[in-house]
Design a protein around this ligand. Structure first.
Ligand SMILES: *Cc1c(COP(=O)(O)O)cnc(C)c1O
Length: 378
């Protein structure tokens, strides 16, 4: 019997009311009133010049690859420890992924190894703010600028996190957000592309609207709309935007709750972790995290698996994630070999994620913490 889910989606405010309104507005295709509200919210709250809702973070990343004209043979630098979409979006354009190892402390792309990975074919680097804790953006931006390569942030975990006082997702020329069921703010499946380089804004609208200048047409900037570029259908239904906007309205409530969840784990497991050589998440001084997840690094794979099974027997669902990309079937096809990214290879065996969602109660958490404290290491 499940006592504590790993993830459970819930409504937090006006989701159903707004979905009903979307239908009554007689605009349930893309770019209706609720989509516009979501765009305005993201632009205002984050201070980005342009935000576009997409059908997923994966699609926002695919749009980025199209916008940057990634061509077969181009190289794109990606952290080895991330979700497949971060890399797939570029591989779809024929790019060769270059997997960079991560830092042992934040599990973010190791910026000290970035420069050495750049070749004349490198077009972009895609930092992922793992667990909503910012990458070393100052260093990454400086190296990227010096070598004239684009920076695209995969900010799926990091909405409302900050690095040196500035929101994650506002550093790269482009950034992607996810509103998948498992993320802080959700509409089931959804995402957004944040466009910080205004030169990319108009083409982004076109690519998102099947390669047509439909957005310009609706603004009265052209008198007919037509096929002007390559593109696809990357805009979500306004019903989904309605659901998402209701979650955005509860930004404070959601983030305050998630902060409490994170801190309860951190406080409740601190002494236990120290006594058993378990490492808890590290958040650098100059980062404000987005409270996306709570992970722990167990001493080794065997203990990690044992803990997951032990918790499952008690009805508590925890998970591990991100196998090293360079050792996947696809990654090996791009030349990945054992030992290429030793930190990722190690931490991928050790990492466990505890139940973390917007419906998690402190009773649930007490159960999880108690169970973990009673776990026998031998
Ligand atoms: C969830 C996630 C994605 C994919 O998001 P979708 O909206 O499901 O496409 C991409 N990158 C990272 C780091 C993620 O965690």
């Amino acid at each position: 019997m499940i006592k504590v889910d790993f993830n459970r989606p819930i409504t937090v405010g006006n989701e159903f009311e707004y979905m009903r309104q979307a239908v009554e507005n007689a605009h349930i295709s893309g770019d209706g009133p609720f989509t516009k509200k979501c765009h305005a919210f993201l632009e205002r709250e984050l201070g980005v010049p342009k935000a576009l809702l997409t059908t997923s973070c994966t699609h926002a990343l695919e749009m980025s690859a199209l916008l940057l004209d990634i061509q077969p043979g181009d190289e794109v630098i990606i952290p080895d420890f991330t979700f497949v979409s971060t890399v797939n979006a570029f591989v779809l354009r024929g790019a060769k992924p270059v997997f960079l190892d991560v830092r042992p402390d934040t599990l973010n792309l190791d910026e000290s190894k970035l420069e050495a990975a750049i070749t004349p074919r490198t077009k972009a680097v895609v930092p992922v703010h793992y667990a909503g804790v910012g990458c070393e953006m100052d260093k990454i931006l400086a190296v990227a600028y010096q070598h004239n390569i684009a920076v695209i942030e995969d900010n799926a975990h990091g909405l409302f996190g900050k690095y040196r006082g500035k929101y994650l997702g506002t550093f790269g020329s482009l950034a992607s957000q996810s509103f998948h069921e498992t993320k802080n703010f959700s509409c089931g499946e959804g995402g957004a592309l944040l466009i910080n380089d205004p030169a990319l804004a108009e083409r982004a609208e076109i690519i998102r609207e099947k390669g047509t200048n439909r957005s310009r047409f609706f603004r009265g900037q052209v008198d007919k709309y037509t096929w002007v570029d390559i593109g696809s259908s990357y805009l979500p239904s306004d019903i989904l935007a309605a659901f998402l906007y209701a979650q955005f309205e509860q930004r404070e409530k959601i983030q305050t709750h998630r902060k409490q969840v994170w801190e309860m784990y951190a406080v409740g497991l601190k002494d236990w972790a120290a006594a058993h050589d378990v490492r808890l998440p590290y958040v650098p001084e100059d980062c404000e995290q987005a409270y996306h997840m709570f992970y722990m690094l167990l001493p080794d794979l065997e203990l990690r698996q044992k803990l997951i099974m032990y918790l499952r027997e008690r009805g508590i669902y925890s998970v591990f994630h991100y196998l090293p990309l360079h050792l996947s079937d696809m990654g090996r096809g791009f030349g990945g070999r054992e030992g290429d990214c030793p930190v990722t290879e190690r931490i991928s065996d050790q990492l466990i994620r505890l139940p973390f969602h917007n419906a998690l109660t402190s009773n649930d958490q007490e159960m999880v913490i108690e169970a973990i404290r009673e776990f026998r290491f031998s």
